[in-house]
Ligand binder design. Structure first.
Ligand SMILES: Cc1ncc(COP(=O)(O)O)c(C=O)c1O
Length: 367
């Protein structure tokens, strides 16, 4: 039987670290210190430098990172947060879980990301913040203009950078533009841990201090609680794995970029719409999304020909049963994307041969 080309092979991705992981686990066990220790500090220091931010605060996962940002800036009931309608539901969950209101705006149909023009249309006197999402690995093209706009209008700018570790524009990386940015290190991310993990980056020292307490029951000093905080800490062991993998992130992103370039140059099926191309590392290709007509037939066809695909995402947040209050919104660009989008395999362990095979199969698709 022909070997299936997997969408994502985490085992292969992590295999090259096997020996280092084993050694690390041994050191970790022997250390006797498992929470809030030197590994978390070292990772925070390295990741802040990597992103070009002054501070990094390790947390439990990406959703908690987003929630902590909103909570630390006192965003809550009565406040509106402008957010792209085309995102993973976690971005929206964070906003509603702090009691604020998400104001959904349409993305650009080719980059799939939020635009300044649509942000401007959504401003009201209740707007407190703009939450951009660097979706699928692509940094928001107008991030610098959006930053200027937010500063001029006294709005906070937050980045959901859960899918964009290392993406940069004009030499500046995701996570260094907003008042704060949230990262996820969910195993399948470009920088993936061996379980749940996340981080917040910021240049604001007071905000960073507040977050350090908020992630730890609201406490700086044991058993003294300044805030009604959470247990949202990053594990020492995950931090240690992340330190190891961070060394290879740029190289991994470069491989993703090379594979994406091949897809962009060689897929020529008129039934397929390719994502907009991008300069150097403006896109770290967390996924390679294409738009196809008759998506379910395409997915079945790809599977029959040995290629696993995934949909990011099949139902937009405003159409989810969990958000009945938004179900009547009509966001045509977003809904069109969700109806036709499908992701082709792309990762640092996919080979040139596999990508060439996927291109050939994609180009032969008809319905
Ligand atoms: C855009 C986006 N935001 C937030 C999150 C939440 O991250 P986590 O799964 O670590 O909670 C994800 C995770 O997939 C994501 O893709």
């Amino acid at each position: 039987m022909k070997k299936m080309i997997k969408f994502l092979d985490l085992k292969s991705i992590n295999l090259k670290y096997e020996k280092e992981f084993h050694d690390l686990l041994q050191t970790f066990l022997e250390s006797g210190w498992y929470i809030n220790g030197s590994m978390v500090e070292e990772f925070e220091d390295k990741f802040a430098k990597y992103c070009g931010a002054k501070h990094c605060i390790g947390v439990s996962n990406g959703l908690d990172a987003l929630k902590l940002i909103l909570r630390a800036y006192d965003i809550g009931p009565g406040d509106e947060v402008i957010v792209p309608a085309n995102t993973y539901i976690a971005t929206i969950l964070a906003i509603t879980q702090v009691g604020a209101t998400p104001v959904f705006v349409e993305p650009d149909a080719r980059t799939f990301n939020i635009t300044l023009a649509n942000i401007k249309l959504a401003i009201t006197n209740k707007t407190k913040a703009v939450m951009v999402v660097h979706l699928y690995g692509r940094i928001v093209t107008e991030i610098e203009e959006i930053k200027d706009f937010c500063e001029k209008n006294a709005l906070k700018l937050f980045e959901d950078a859960a899918q964009a570790h290392g993406a940069a524009i004009n030499g500046r990386k995701a996570g260094s533009f907003g008042n704060a940015a949230a990262f996820s290190f969910y195993p399948g991310k470009n920088l993936g841990a061996l379980g749940d993990a996340g981080a917040i980056t910021t240049d604001d020292v007071n905000f960073a201090k507040k977050l350090i307490a908020l992630r730890n029951y609201g406490s700086f000093v044991k058993y003294e609680n300044l805030y009604q905080g959470y247990n949202n800490r990053l594990d020492e062991i995950q931090a240690a794995f992340l330190i190891l993998k961070l060394k290879d992130l740029d190289e991994d992103n470069l491989i993703r970029n090379k594979l994406a370039t091949i897809y962009l140059e060689e897929i020529n099926n008129p039934l397929v719409t390719l994502p907009a191309s991008s300069k150097s590392n403006e896109n770290v290709w967390h996924v390679f999304p294409i738009l196809v007509k008759e998506r379910s037939k395409f997915i079945k066809y790809m599977k029959e020909n040995g290629v696993e695909t995934l949909i990011h995402y099949p139902i937009p947040p405003h159409k989810q049963k969990a958000y009945k209050e938004f179900n009547n919104l009509k966001l045509e660009v977003t809904e069109d994307i969700h109806e036709n989008i499908v992701s082709l395999p792309i990762s640092p362990v996919h080979t040139h041969e596999e990508i060439t095979a996927i291109i050939k199969i994609t180009n032969n698709y008809k319905f």
